[in-house]
Design a protein around this ligand. Structure first.
Ligand SMILES: Cc1cc2nc3c(=O)[nH]c(=O)nc-3n(C[C@H](O)[C@H](O)[C@H](O)COP(=O)(O)OP(=O)(O)OC[C@H]3O[C@@H](n4cnc5c(N)ncnc54)[C@H](O)[C@@H]3O)c2cc1C
Length: 425
């Protein structure tokens, strides 16, 4: 049932800055919502410097949603427990449906809209924003690569928020470039698959209703994709429901930041799935992953939200303490705001897919925005003085959360490698 915090479809689309025509019918993905630049002007989140130094961030989230998400973020950061209240809010507001077209019950946002929604949630609850990001990413991959039956079965539940999706690609030994997977999927005589292996750092572990699991299959495709720098030939994606026998989540890992994100382990032990659980052709995971980079959806949006929140915190502090009379403080705030503007601009360019090479722009957006957010947060920490050194000051959580973005895949090192790889061929 809708709650007072539910968004109507127009509200959800407005939140995402999405006022595009209805998406193309399913099956015609070439004109789908993330495959072309949106002609609309930016309606992304804004922060105090554009509206005056004393204003807080202005977003499409209602004040009540922001307060609930912020309170949940504080509690989860203190406890390290999965942020179930934030997830409940994401489910009930309709935010989980933004990435999917109307045909499946979603609200048809483009990549810019998704980035905008992720940034707005990250302003108040970065852990929730990475759960949202992973849900969007998996939803889109199913839309793009799922069979009609798979799409009909899964997408309405993901759009309604009845189901949360997670990505289980990383492994302790597989490294940033996912080339030496130990998770193996073998064919069974009935045409299905059996998976064995252990995934690490899966966001929404134990909360998700379905996991997109990356596994090495025994039979590399004859037309195996060339090395794209991330993933390798013979890898295949499987969509495994949380209640599949043999799928075991474990959230005992305690993170420094993103502590509400339920980022943990997911193991698959003698986990049998039918062939209909496969996403895309056998051995084609690397080319699917390469396509993700072209989408324009970027974790840089998380960094933008965090940087905006830090800037707003700095303004509030400076105003409360009468520091705005000091020219040096005002100028520091201008420098910080410039960094935030830069981060916002590169993420917007990635989301609108207006660059000659949208994939390179998406990689740059993560690199630039995540580095900018860390610099912004460091600068704000100094500006807050001793107040920022108090453990409960939110700037400390922002700093710990922001650092995670650079480590998340593709890591910032790998982004550089992927951008530069073509120069070495
Ligand atoms: C908060 C959080 C949430 C996450 N959520 C998810 C999730 O939902 N799903 C998921 O699958 N994973 C997730 N991850 C995992 C993340 O994607 C991995 O940590 C990442 O892929 C790097 O793997 P690694 O730490 O094992 O790096 P390692 O391979 O051990 O690399 C160590 C360092 O070397 C660098 N490096 C390694 N190989 C290369 C290379 N080829 N070129 C250049 N530099 C290189 C890396 O950048 C890194 O700095 C999450 C991580 C965090 C911190």
């Amino acid at each position: 049932m809708a709650s007072a915090d539910s968004l109507t479809v127009p509200e959800a689309r407005a939140l995402a800055g999405t006022d595009v025509p209805l998406p193309a019918p399913v099956g015609d993905l070439s004109t789908g919502p993330t495959t072309g630049p949106s002609p609309r002007p930016s309606t992304g989140p804004t922060t105090s410097p554009s509206t005056g130094p004393s204003a807080g961030p202005s977003t499409g989230l209602t004040a009540s949603m922001r307060e609930r998400l912020a309170a949940a973020a504080r509690d989860a950061d203190a406890s390290g427990e999965p942020d179930r209240p934030a997830l409940a809010l994401l489910r009930e507001t309709g935010l989980l449906g933004l990435a999917l077209p109307y045909e499946y019950g979603g609200t048809g946002a483009d990549a810019h809209g998704l980035n905008s929604a992720v940034a707005q949630v990250a302003q108040v609850n970065a852990s929730a924003s990475i759960m949202l990001f992973q849900h969007y990413a998996v939803s889109r991959r199913i839309l793009e690569h799922g069979s009609p039956a798979l799409r009909r079965r899964l997408l309405p539940q993901l759009a309604r928020g009845d189901w949360l999706a997670a990505s289980a690609w990383s492994e302790t030994g597989a490294g940033a470039n996912k080339k030496q997977l130990s998770t193996i999927a073998r064919r069974t005589p009935d045409g299905g698959w059996v998976l064995d292996g252990a995934k690490s750092f899966t966001t929404s572990a134990g909360l998700a209703d379905i996991y997109l699991v990356l596994a090495q299959t025994e039979e590399p495709a004859p037309d195996a994709a060339p090395d794209t720098g991330y993933g390798s030939a013979g890898q295949t994606f499987f969509l495994i429901p949380a209640d599949a026998p043999g799928l075991i989540p474990d959230t005992s890992m305690r993170l420094t930041g993103m502590r509400g994100s339920a980022t943990g382990f997911v193991s698959v032990q003698d986990c049998h799935v039918p062939d209909t659980a496969r996403l895309g052709p056998v051995g084609a995971a690397a080319s699917i992953i390469a396509g993700v980079r072209d989408s324009g959806a970027t974790l840089g949006a998380v960094s933008v939200g965090l940087a905006e929140a830090a800037l707003a915190l700095a303004h509030r502090h400076a105003e409360r303490r009468g520091l705005l009379a000091q020219q040096a403080v005002r100028h520091r705030l201008v420098d910080i705001a410039g960094e935030v503007e830069t981060a916002r601009a590169v993420v917007e360019r990635a989301g609108r897919r207006t660059a000659d090479d949208p994939g390179i722009a998406t990689l740059h957006s993560k690199l630039v925005a995540s580095s900018a957010a860390e610099r912004v947060i460091n600068a704000v920490e100094r500006l807050l003085g001793s107040a920022g050194y108090v453990a409960s000051n939110e700037i400390n959580r922002y700093g710990r959360d922001a650092r995670a973005v650079a480590l998340m895949g593709p890591t910032n090192d790998l982004c550089k490698e992927l951008v530069s790889l073509t120069w070495n061929r």
